[in-house]
Design a protein around this ligand. Structure first.
Ligand SMILES: [Zn+2]
Length: 387
């Protein structure tokens, strides 16, 4: 048993080493950041004025058209793709914009834009059938994407990656403790559909995905990002280090909460794309009491949170992809997938082999002992008497 225990301890230690997060050192390149948080704030207002952007509604459709109009303001020829799908016969639509299509390595920046049909966590039980305006839960991430698109467009010729700005429908209608947003719907349905059809949206012979960064609930008061457990840890760690180096130490705390969150990044992780969910600690009522309530309106949005999110993602992209004549700094690029030795086939094979070997050794030893005791019976003690 000792070898088995020893190997178990060794594997545990290696696992701990790879999956614990030594503080990633970043070197934020010295560059002007152009993300404008006031503009992002107004993009939130623009979305919620359309009404509840619930799947299947006119407001949802108006919101998709709003994104198209904003990207056409940046460039009337901005490439966009509408991804239509249905969930329980309801027409839904993801909206994708592509920048720098001449580059073959793609970074996806995503956010959901649907708002929740039912305020299932509203403190007022009578309001739980009302809808959520989703200023933070939906509109904030989408608003940051629009503003990032503007910032990156201006320096696009200096960026060595293609960037997708991807707005998901049908994320926020699943079941929480107060019931469903929409009956029978799961979480993050839009991103699953997108990934199912992803071959239609890129040239798999010539294009590859570097990373996916999801922004969810990023504009509320007391923003405090978590280290989302499903996310690729080297990618999350780097985003935290970039944000902290920019001075956003409350938004990117040194010891963040760590939880598994079902969200739009999961489908991308499932096809092997390093992905990170930047999401606030939304279940902590002392930080964000408005999750899935009718109070998720623009009165609880702050430009400070939008700024911390937007500038961190902007800096992250420049650190990794801005072409400069000086040595290009790469953080944890290419953000390899996490390896969990406990769940890998190799570990199981090694463990079983060692266990079998240990049993064989024990049996052999028993047989040896028996054999030698038969061949050499214990001798009677002989007492010698000296004269
Ligand atoms: Zn939500």
């Amino acid at each position: 048993m000792i070898p088995v225990v020893a190997v178990f301890i060794i594997i545990f230690s290696i696992n701990f080493y790879f999956n614990s997060s030594p503080v990633t050192k970043v070197q934020n390149i010295n560059i002007m950041l152009n993300f404008n948080d006031d503009n992002a704030d107004s993009h939130i207002d623009d979305q919620i004025i359309l009404g509840f952007r619930i799947p299947g509604t006119q407001a949802r459709e108006d919101c998709a058209n709003y994104f198209i109009s904003k990207f056409k303001e940046i460039d009337s020829n901005f490439t966009f793709v509408l991804h239509n799908f249905t969930i329980h016969s309801t027409n839904c639509q993801n909206v994708l914009f592509k920048l720098n299509e001449n580059q073959s390595n793609i970074v996806i920046l995503g956010a959901h834009y649907d708002s929740r049909k039912r305020a299932t966590k509203d403190p007022d039980l009578l309001k739980r059938n009302e809808s959520v305006l989703g200023a933070n839960d939906g509109a904030s991430g989408s608003a940051v994407l629009i503003e990032l698109a503007k910032a990156f467009y201006d320096v696009r010729e200096n960026l060595s990656c293609q960037i997708w700005f991807l707005f998901f429908d049908a994320e926020d209608q699943g079941y929480d403790e107060g019931g469903p947003g929409m009956v029978g719907w799961g979480w993050a349905e839009g991103s699953k559909k997108f990934v199912n059809d992803i071959e239609n949206f890129y040239d798999s012979q010539n294009e590859t995905f570097d990373a996916m960064i999801l922004l969810d609930l990023v504009g509320g008061l007391k923003l405090q990002f978590i280290k989302e457990k499903l996310s690729t840890s080297s990618l999350v760690d780097e985003l935290f280090a970039v944000g902290r180096a920019l001075g956003y130490t409350t938004q990117f705390p040194l010891n963040p909460a760590s939880e598994k969150i079902t969200d739009d990044h999961q489908a991308f992780l499932n096809i092997g794309i390093p992905s990170a969910d930047l999401i606030t600690k939304f279940w902590d009522k002392s930080l964000w009491p408005h999750h899935h309530t009718t109070l998720d309106d623009n009165s609880s949005i702050t430009t400070t949170s939008l700024e911390a999110t937007g500038r961190t993602v902007e800096q992250f992209i420049y650190n990794n992809y801005f072409n400069t004549t000086i040595d290009i700094y790469k953080g944890n690029y290419p953000w390899k997938e996490d390896i969990d030795l406990f769940s890998s086939g190799i570990t199981i094979t090694v463990m079983v082999t060692i266990a079998v070997a240990a049993i064989v050794i024990v049996i052999v030893n028993i047989i040896k002992t028996r054999f030698s005791s038969v061949a050499n019976p214990p001798q009677k003690k002989v007492h010698f008497f000296s004269k």
